[in-house]
Design a protein around this ligand. Structure first.
Ligand SMILES: C[S@@+](CC[C@H](N)C(=O)[O-])C[C@H]1O[C@@H](n2cnc3c(N)ncnc32)[C@H](O)[C@@H]1O
Length: 263
């Protein structure tokens, strides 16, 4: 049964650990979760991320890591943490709600790590392929990975809006370049997800630079953002303010979504 979301969460960015913040929120009080967690990148083998040298990642912003999180847990601990986060997200969505959970498969010690240990018992309905432009990996043992995945984990009565089903399950979006967060969502990707649903209250528990919030705003939906780093909370708040001003100036035209003027 749908529950009313307390005003203290509506259109707020909360600086804190997402598991503890989510644990305070009532069951079934949200319509949608859209999120991308840290990928535990510094725990991956053979890419130079582990010791901070950069290696093949030397050109990537993520080599410097996140401002307040080191992204380097023992694998089992990481998988359990992410599984627990997903269970909390699932508790929070109502009977018509869904989670869109973005992750990346990777090769670890020569074998594919397909994230099944995170998803486990959650009711995955679909895996959407997000095809990015290019990728980083020159390992001769396998082909260059060029996609990430988005798990659609719905409650039983979740439905897309009319015609959204025709987008199919392979989506092509370029990485976001105009954003100083090290791993931002492309605005267009989140626009595809949010506009494919009627969700009113939308949570991103790993909010980063606030992409989910600004897209929700543009579609006149409510957001709830949780983010560990006070720096990224500030980044998100400033971005939301910029977008509010822009929308007052030019009105709510979805096309302007792709004209972010950052940095
Ligand atoms: C992949 S980034 C998300 C980027 C975001 N999608 C965007 O568009 O900017 C993951 C984020 O999770 C945050 N984070 C790490 N641990 C966290 C925790 N326990 N609770 C909340 N946020 C956390 C990191 O600081 C980082 O900003």
């Amino acid at each position: 049964m749908k529950k009313i979301l307390d005003n203290k969460y509506i259109n707020k960015i909360i600086n804190g650990d997402c598991l503890s913040v989510m644990s305070e929120m009532p069951d079934e009080s949200l319509d949608l979760v859209v999120t991308s967690p840290p990928y535990n990148l510094k725990n991956s083998t053979g890419n130079g991320m582990k010791d901070g040298r950069g290696g093949k990642w030397s050109g990537a912003a993520l080599v410097n890591g996140y401002s307040h999180y080191n992204d380097n847990m023992p694998h089992n601990e990481y998988a359990n943490w992410q599984h627990n986060c997903l269970r909390e997200m699932y508790r929070l969505i109502n009977d018509e709600g869904a989670i869109f959970y973005n992750h990346k498969w990777r090769v670890q010690d020569g074998l594919l790590q397909d994230r099944q240990d995170i998803i486990r018992d959650l009711p995955v309905r679909q895996i959407i392929i997000w095809r990015r432009k290019g990728g980083i990996n020159f390992n001769p043992g396998y082909f260059l990975p060029t996609y990430e995945v988005i798990y659609l984990i719905p409650k039983p009565n979740f439905k897309l809006v009319q015609k959204a089903n025709a987008f199919g399950d392979v989506w092509e979006f370029k990485q976001e370049m105009k954003n100083s967060h090290p791993a931002p969502f492309p605005v267009a990707l989140i626009d595809r997800i949010i506009s494919s649903t009627t969700a009113k209250n939308i949570l991103d528990p790993f909010m980063g630079s606030g992409t989910t919030a600004v897209v929700a705003m543009w579609h006149k939906r409510n957001y709830v953002g949780i983010e560990l780093s006070p720096d990224y909370c500030l980044m998100a708040e400033q971005r939301i303010e910029r977008n509010k001003k822009q929308s007052e100036l030019i009105g709510l035209k979805p096309l302007t979504l792709f004209q972010e003027t950052e940095k």
